[in-house]
Design a protein. Sequence first.
Length: 82
Amino acid sequence: MLTLHIPDELLKEAGLTEQEALVELACRLFDAGRLSLWSAARLAGLDRAGMEDALLDRHIPIYRPTTADLAEDMRTLDEMGV
């Protein structure tokens, strides 16, 4: 396990506690597509609902449908006759 050291004065300058810094890092890595939702939650020490709340607080979308997702949804709707 890697230990990341952030000097106390930098946390203080940022106005963050250690836990808040972990949540912020996890949210940014999720937003960049570097971590899945579950992995980001583990990094932040949160459960799924807590991670979703943290993302929503930062206006980071939890689900980002691709054009392939939308095309599949359209095919399904078409097959259903909707």
